[in-house]
Write a new protein. Structure first.
Length: 108
């Protein structure tokens, strides 16, 4: 039963993301895992370097996160995507994001 649930989950992701194999789905999930883990470490390091503590204003932390960590995530996801052979998948997602925020023209 549990294997069926896992298989159905992977199949649904494969269809949603228009991937060709379960292996590719697993690679994409690994890219998300590695990127998220790296960003957690980067945030801790950045906040430490900036001298942020528990008493630091939430808004100051939020601004620092948006300015430094969010762009780092976008770059890291492409790097890990490249290393795990999924660059094209993540580049297509990044292009959509960049178009939505107006950084990239819609016809590219």
């Amino acid at each position: 039963m549990e294997n069926t649930i896992k298989a159905n989950f992977l199949q649904r992701l494969m269809q949603k993301w228009q991937l060709k194999s379960t292996f590719q789905v697993i690679m994409v999930l690994l890219v998300f895992t590695f990127t998220g883990s790296t960003v957690v470490l980067l945030r801790k390091t950045l906040f430490s370097v900036l001298g942020f503590t528990d008493d630091t204003s939430f808004w100051l932390k939020t601004i620092a996160y948006i300015l430094f960590i969010f762009p780092a995530y976008q770059i890291l996801i492409l790097v890990y995507g490249f290393l795990l052979g999924q660059f094209d998948f993540f580049w297509q997602k990044e292009k959509k994001l960049l178009q939505k925020v107006g950084i990239l023209a819609k016809n590219q």
